[in-house]
Each structure stands twice: as C-alpha cells, then as structure tokens.
Write a protein that binds this ligand. Structure first.
Ligand code: ADP
Ligand code: MG
Length: 262
C-alpha cells in the first residue's frame, strides 16, 4: 500500500491570526470526513491542546521526542473525537529550542521525529500547529512538511508578514526541503463590512492566485468561545457561521491535498 500521509505546517510568524483555530477546526472537520488526523501542538502556549479538550501534562509532548528522551508512539493521545489524535504541548519549549539549535541536525529534528508515524501510514494528515515566531521550531516544521498553510487576517499590515514567510519557504525549497509547497493562504477573521477587507483579499489573490483558498473564515463569536469549552467550533455549535466556514474549508483543503482517498 502506498503511504500517503501528508504533513502540513500551519504557520505565520504573527500571533493571533487564527493558526490554532484553523488547526483545531480543520482537524475536527477532516476527522468527521473519516480522515485520520494527528495534530502536533508545537506552541508552548498549548492552545491547540486545550482547544481539543486536553490538559497539559509534563513529559507528554513532542519535546522529549525531539531531545531523544521519549518515543513518539508514547506521546500520541486520543481526543474525544473519532479519527482525531494529538501530540499535546507543554511549557518547556524555550529550553528545547536552545538545545535543538546547538545540534547540527536541527533542521531535520521534526522530520526525523515524525518519520516513524509517517511511515506507519496510520494518519492521512499530520497538522503542525507552529508557534508565532520564525525560530527553530517553525523552520524545522517547514523542513518536515509537504505543504505550508498560512492563515492570515485581511488587513494591509498582514501583507508584509506574508513576505517573511514566503521568503522562508523559498529558502527551504532551495535547501532542506525542495518539495515544500505553499498549500495555501486562508483568510481568517474576515469582516466583509470593513472597507479594507475586499481590497486586501483581491491584493492577496493577485499575488498568490489559486493558492488563496476560496473559502474565507468570518469573524464569529461562537468560534472564539469554543476553545474555553475544549471543543472545536464544529462540535460546539455546528450551525454557526464559523463552523459552516471551517467545514467548507476542510472540503476545499481535501481536494487540494490528496491522500489515499483521492
Ligand atoms: P494564533 O494561533 O495564530 O495565535 P488563534 O487561532 O489562537 O491564533 O486565534 C487568536 C484569537 O482569535 C483567539 O482568541 C481565537 O479564539 C480568536 N479567533 C480565531 N478565529 C476567530 C474567528 N473566526 N472569529 C472570532 N475569533 C476568532
Ligand atoms: Mg496558536
């Protein structure tokens, strides 16, 4: 059987743009469509961990695996949802970053850590929730990924940030990860009433063409409430606008990101 696990890094060096919300809800919507999903929470803030209803637990994260002190199979946790598993985060990332940075193989640590899981073919998708900085964790996530998905807010200022991450993508293509694709750009927290919104969307589309997802995620209160209940919004309030948008996005994502199903 061909193993076609797709590893997608959800990245943007800016915080608060909807990375974690996208990871949690994309993962939940894919799982609902019978795709097997592993979320890897790489942000010490552990928002994806909490958003999927888990508590932080010392030693249960990717970090001991990166440092060679644990097996990856031992840190994969089930969630309350079928087909949806997670490697949670814990606070100790800063220390791990420094330790990893000293190593010669720092760009490949995440790729190497994920290799046994990828090779097992158990998961259709592995989604990497990156921390909001251009540090080692984000860079080595991109080095490990088949594609990078960039959530961004429809604001003029966000355009500059997009340049930083596409430069990083080019650097990786020129070196550690020649096959890395820009999976796409997802516009989040969209408020169509704001005057700059449509202008920014058309500027992004002009620059990135079909890499911009047709689906946009509206600003939606229920979507921001769901994490405090430890639930993806598609389960917390399946009919709200945020839930509808994330389900539509998952459908578009699957069409663009084929696995054994398509
Ligand atoms: P990041 O991971 O990029 O830092 P988050 O996904 O944590 O961003 O989102 C930042 C904040 O915005 C969170 O409080 C989250 O609940 C809220 N948020 C995210 N998406 C939406 C949305 N579509 N509508 C309203 N609030 C949102
Ligand atoms: Mg986050």
């Amino acid at each position: 059987m061909t193993k076609r696990t797709k590893i997608i890094a959800i990245a943007n060096q800016k915080g608060g743009v909807g990375k974690t919300t996208t990871v949690v809800n994309l993962a939940a919507a894919l799982a609902r469509r019978s795709r097997t999903v592993l979320v890897v929470d790489l942000d010490p803030q552990a928002n994806a961990t909490g958003g999927l209803g888990l508590e932080k637990e010392e030693g249960v994260s990717i970090y001991p695996v990166l440092l060679g002190n644990a097996e990856i199979a031992d840190v994969i946790q089930p969630t309350a949802y079928d087909n949806l598993n997670i490697i949670p985060s814990e606070v100790d990332l800063a220390g791990a970053e420094i330790e990893i940075a000293r190593r010669e193989d720092h760009l490949s640590v995440i790729r190497d850590a994920l290799a046994p899981v990828r090779d097992s073919g158990v998961f259709d998708y592995i989604l990497l929730d990156c921390p909001p900085s251009l540090g080692i964790v984000m860079t080595s996530s991109l080095a490990a990924a088949d594609g990078v998905l960039v959530p961004m807010q429809a604001e003029f200022l966000a355009m500059e940030g997009l340049g930083l991450i596409t430069n990083l993508l080019e650097q990786l293509r020129a070196g550690a990860n020649p096959d890395l694709e820009l999976n796409g750009i997802l516009l989040t927290m969209v408020n169509m009433v704001a005057t700059q919104t449509k202008e920014v969307i058309s500027m992004v589309k002009e620059k990135f063409g079909d890499r911009v997802y047709e689906t946009t995620i509206p600003r939606n209160v229920r979507t921001s409430e769901a994490p405090s209940y430890g639930q993806p919004v598609i389960h917390y309030d399946p009919t709200c606008k945020g839930a509808v948008a994330y389900r539509a996005f998952a459908k578009e994502f699957i069409a663009r990101t084929p696995t054994r199903f398509n």
